[in-house]
Design a protein around this ligand. Structure first.
Ligand code: PEP
Ligand code: MN
Length: 466
């Protein structure tokens, strides 16, 4: 191993004729967030293991590389231009135990299957991205949880504390950040192996989709599935290079909530001298932490990654323009994605003024629909759930708004899994509340299961082709 600047994760900047020994540790402005309002963090700064965990993470290699991040930004610039579609999917909250070959492959497979259907529907390339390899920190509506008269700190995701309702498990533990890093590395390693090693072969993905069609509940999608099949056979007959289609780009995304983790994994790119969050390719700011003068906004304004911001139903056009000013002052194509989560009942009314304001300001962003977070309800038996029909309705509303304004609906962001869980209600192969006791696995929000995810992709594709 050489000791060139490129080989070190926190390489100093060197340019001909000057020596600027600036690494991520003392890069100007990167610590500004520490003096700003910072919500949704655990109280662990004085913890005896905090400094060593932080130092360990700071010394670890990056999980993703600046060149990949830049490439993703170019892909997202295409989405902003209406020349590609973005699919983001994965758990609400990843779990350490969920890092198994079976679960990861099922999730990646499902995303690839959805992507094939959407590629056909949109007649455009689909940028594939998992809420994976870092989606471990959760914002919560309360700092504490009370059960049977016992009050404990709330569960903030496995990067912070444990889900079990015991004092021991709920105490925030900074060492969990290091574990989350290693779990993310293991996840990414497998994802890279799958997606670069032949797993993405279009013909194989099409075979998996045929498995979905064998369920009589999905008969209504036969026409579209048949068309895709014929298209694949047509490509084959024309001598298309399927070898080239065996690999695909697949990007990792998560909410940049836990700023200690993000800061410790920020590196200065030796090519450009600029800071990148290297915990994932794409990071977003959630609905609860998007205050304009808050720490999260400030931190992401200083890194080069493409970033997302969730927009809930209370968002005003003024706020949207201020977010653009803050995160994308140079109007760099692909830099900023708005992930709209208004709720099916709101999207048709609340989204148009935001889209209009952005267009009028001449800004170009990626517009994505998250039809999950505005449609959460509590089932009669107490489980947090969402109705498939509401999810679909919000997606439809999102497309309608863009169609009527002549703007581009750039993507879909869903909480999903490749497993046969029962967490969201409905779908053609109907899930009802009685299945929750047996097959509800999510620690936080309900996810579409494998079939519901594919069904959603078919329905979106259908509405794109008609
Ligand atoms: C999430 O994506 O899991 C989440 C918490 O979303 P939001 O910030 O939109 O509520
Ligand atoms: Mn969620």
């Amino acid at each position: 191993m050489t000791n060139t600047p490129e080989a070190r994760s926190d390489a100093p900047l060197t340019a001909p004729g000057e020596i600027l020994h600036v690494g991520a540790a003392d890069y100007p402005g990167l610590d500004e967030w520490r003096s700003l309002p910072l919500s949704q963090q655990p109280d662990w700064r004085g913890h005896e293991d905090f400094d060593s965990a932080y130092a360990e993470l700071s010394a670890h290699p990056p999980l993703v590389f600046a060149g990949e991040v830049d490439k993703l930004k170019r892909r997202l610039a295409k989405v902003a231009n209406g020349e590609a579609f973005l699919l983001q999917g994965g758990d609400c909250a990843e779990t350490f135990d969920g890092v198994t070959a079976d679960k990861i492959s099922a999730k990646v497979k499902t995303i690839l299957q959805m992507a094939v259907v959407l590629t056909y529907g949109a007649s455009l390339p689909v940028v594939k991205m998992g809420r994976m390899a870092g989606q471990y920190a959760k914002p919560r509506s309360s700092d504490v949880e009370t059960r049977d008269g016992v009050t404990l700190p709330t569960f903030r995701g496995e990067i912070v504390n444990g889900f079990d309702f015991t004092e021991e498990s709920r105490v925030p533990d900074p060492k969990r950040m290091v574990k989350a890093y290693h779990k993310s590395a293991a996840t990414l390693n497998l994802v890279r192996a799958f997606t670069e090693g032949g797993f993405a072969d279009l013909r194989a993905v099409q075979q998996w989709n045929k498995g979905f069609m064998q369920n009589p509940a999905h008969a209504r999608y036969e026409r579209l599935a048949g068309e895709i099949d014929r298209a694949v056979r047509f490509m084959e007959a024309c001598g298309a290079d399927f070898e080239g289609l065996k690999r695909t780009e697949f990007y990792a995304a998560h909410e940049a909530l836990l700023l200690d983790y993000e800061r410790a994994l920020t590196r200065i790119d030796s090519r450009t001298g600029k800071p990148y969050v290297t915990s994932g390719h794409f990071v977003w700011i959630g609905e609860r932490t998007r205050e304009l003068d808050g720490a999260h906004m400030d931190y992401l304004s200083r890194v080069q990654n493409p970033v997302g911001v969730k927009l809930g139903p209370t968002t005003t056009p003024e706020t949207v323009l201020e977010i653009i000013e803050k995160l994308d002052p140079e109007r760099e194509p692909g830099r900023l994605t708005f992930i709209v989560r208004m709720g099916a009942a709101n999207v048709r009314e609340k989204l148009p003024p935001l889209v209009r304001a952005v267009s009028d300001a001449g800004a170009k962003v990626v517009w994505v629909t998250d039809p999950m977070h505005g449609n959460t309800i509590t089932a009669d038996n107490g489980y947090k759930t969402r109705r498939f029909d509401d999810i679909l309705d919000e997606v439809r509303g999102f497309f309608e708004v863009h169609r009527s304004l002549g703007t581009y609906p750039g993507g879909l962001h869903v909480e999903m899994t490749g497993d046969d869980v029962a967490e969201c209600l409905g779908g053609s192969d109907v899930i009802d509340e009685s299945a929750f006791d047996q097959r509800y696995e999510s620690l936080v929000d309900p996810r579409l299961n494998h079939k519901q995810s594919l069904e959603l992709a078919f329905l979106v594709a259908e509405s794109l082709t008609t």
